[in-house]
Design a protein around this ligand. Sequence first.
Ligand code: AMP
Ligand code: MG
Length: 409
Amino acid sequence: MPLIPLAEAREHVLAHCAPRAPLSVPLAEALGCVLAAPVTAGEPVPPWANSAMDGYAVRAADVAGAGDGSPVALPVVATVAAGAAADTEVGPGQAVRIMTGAPMPPGADAVVKVESTRGGPDATVVEVFEAVPAGRNIRSAGSDIAAGTVVAEAGTLLGPAHLGVLASVGVRRPIVVPRPRLGVISTGDELVDDDRPLAPGQIRESNRPTLVALARSFGIDAVDLGTVADDRKALTAALEGAAATCDAVATSGGVSMGDFDLVKVVLGELADMRWMQVAIRPAKPFAFGVLDGTPVFGLPGNPVSSLVSLSLLGVPGLRRLAGRSDLDLPRVAAVAGPGLGRRPDGRTAFIRVVCRWTDGRLHAHPVSGQSSHQLASAADANALAVVPDGDGVAEGDEVTVVLLSLPAV
Ligand code: AMP
Ligand code: MG
């Protein structure tokens, strides 16, 4: 089977993944979702002028002569806290004690911060030591958001502060493209799911915890659907069940050239599948297809391969289901450390590296043990260095890295 470029395999995946139907969800569930309809502010934020400081609401003209050595004394006619209505007017020569966020009382046009005064909670007179211009320390109505403003366009990837902005204009159930639910299945007769002693030929299952957590770390709602034996009936039931209950399915194992690679056989019967040999290392075998309308990613079984395959080929498809336009994990430039040499083999190498900020630049150092079964060494990697076919990247040269997580600073 000829090797196909990564970009071609990725395009094939994308061609069969479409954004999920929009849904209104509670704000708490909208983090990381794409907004499906623009949100317009129906009211100004803040809704009325309020104080930016704890202090005294005054008429600026009354304190024009105040200074360090020349305080102006004003009678305090009321106190207004956040949450209270400001119904006492500040007449000429008067002050109202005011807290941050409390509405400006009528008559006042400035706030003197408490640090520039002498008085106290029970004082009937305040001494002001600072002249303030009109408008000082006042947040005017609509100074954050004017009524009628579009606060978030359709297509916005909602971050924490966006959720706060939506809340501030009273939108508690935004209409978003819901996060896709990915069902993860491991396959293989050799796999043991718990800590029982291993019988001859058995190994412990490790792909599901990795793949479920990896997908979740990328903002996908992954669910663990267990391990299925290399058995036609069991595989058929598991795959059909997964396709019926999830928006996408990822299997690991059984898609390469082995005699018992039954996932290949069963998926071939059930779904419209394409089997690929992708020109990358690791993660060469990859299958993708659609089962009853649900995209299925057939990932290789080797632990590092399944991780790389999900990161490079699963993520774009899953992000498209989520309505995102940033389909791929971020790629940035780094300085190559030693050990990024390689031999030509017609494939792009994705070398597991630890990236660190040093001297204001990102430096990529390969982890030891780069075989596709060596998950322990890959566990520390936070990026994949993209090393094109050829002899590798010399130390100190620039290398592109795919970020799996944010590097520590
Ligand atoms: P396969 O793709 O099924 O031929 O598996 C390739 C290699 O990965 C074999 O050595 C399997 O034993 C191993 N493997 C497959 N699935 C898993 C899994 N879920 N956890 C750990 N190792 C696995
Ligand atoms: Mg297998």
